[in-house]
Ligand binder design. Structure first.
Ligand SMILES: [Fe+2]
Length: 264
């Protein structure tokens, strides 16, 4: 009996504590109104290769699949990644603060490529920009010659207990017609998320015969319109594992790494 009363009061205390936590977090974490958007239930099909969202930028060796993610835990570094298809080109990023366009800085990165079955990747560049100021808008450029491409991002505010910062969240995106609707919906959100938490399962290239890696390239070009401008923070899902014992003999072959949706 005593034990039961003690359990009941413990449970009551737990409920009170939970209420306090939730009511407090409701004040601290006000996400505003959520959307009424619901994806249709019908099975979706992948967008064909000639879709506009998959087209590479024009120009010889133009950087494509440009994407950024946070480069440290304080928000003062950003990793810029991109792919060049014709030749390595440059792994350098030029960047500057919005209000100091005359003070350009340079960060040097590296490139690599990989083979998978009958696929050979382009040149995959990673470059970390460090010592960035918080809450600051930066422009950055990748590429050389006639195919320089310019983007912009804003660094997060300094770390603190009650710092306002809005995250979006997407998982299982893929590259279907509904994927495009989902990404457009995210972009149009009036709350304007400043970074995105990606809950795994990116391209679904593994749905194709021999895990057709070209579908990683199409996916990279598809999401560039968002991830080149705000950091996406990655988590690997089961679709990132290229487990194909019929064509490769070493496992695991690849998993997505924290700083890139390209495999390394
Ligand atoms: Fe999934």
């Amino acid at each position: 009996m005593g034990l039961k009363r003690s359990s009941s009061s413990l449970f009551l205390s737990f409920l009170v504590a939970l209420f306090l936590v939730l009511s407090n977090s409701a004040v601290v974490c006000n996400a505003g109104e959520t959307s009424s958007f619901v994806r249709r239930e019908a099975k979706s099909v992948d967008m064909p290769l000639h879709s506009d969202v998959f087209q590479p930028p024009s120009g010889y060796n133009a950087p494509q699949q440009v994407h950024i993610t946070l480069g440290d835990q304080e928000g003062s570094a950003m990793i810029v990644s991109w792919v060049t298809m014709d030749e390595p080109g440059s792994s350098e990023v030029v960047y500057w603060k919005e209000d100091e366009s005359s003070v350009k800085k340079y960060a040097h990165g590296k490139h690599k490529s990989y083979k998978f079955h009958d696929y050979t990747s382009g040149y995959i560049h990673h470059c970390t920009i460090r010592k960035l100021e918080h809450d600051t808008k930066y422009y950055y450029e990748v590429g050389i010659g006639h195919t320089v491409r310019r983007f912009v991002f804003t660094t997060p505010p300094p770390v603190g207990p009650d710092v306002p910062y809005t995250f979006g969240m997407i998982g299982d995106l893929g590259q279907t017609f509904d994927s495009n609707i989902t990404l457009t919906h995210y972009e149009k959100n009036p709350r304007k998320p400043q970074a995105l938490l990606f809950a795994g399962d990116l391209s679904y290239a593994d749905n194709y015969p021999n895990h057709d890696q070209h579908r990683w390239d199409t996916w990279g070009r598809f999401v560039e319109r968002s991830v080149a401008y705000q950091p996406w923070i990655w988590c690997a899902g089961n679709h990132e594992l290229d487990f194909v014992p019929e064509i490769v003999t070493i496992f695991p072959i690849h998993v997505v790494v924290y700083n890139s949706f390209r495999k390394e």
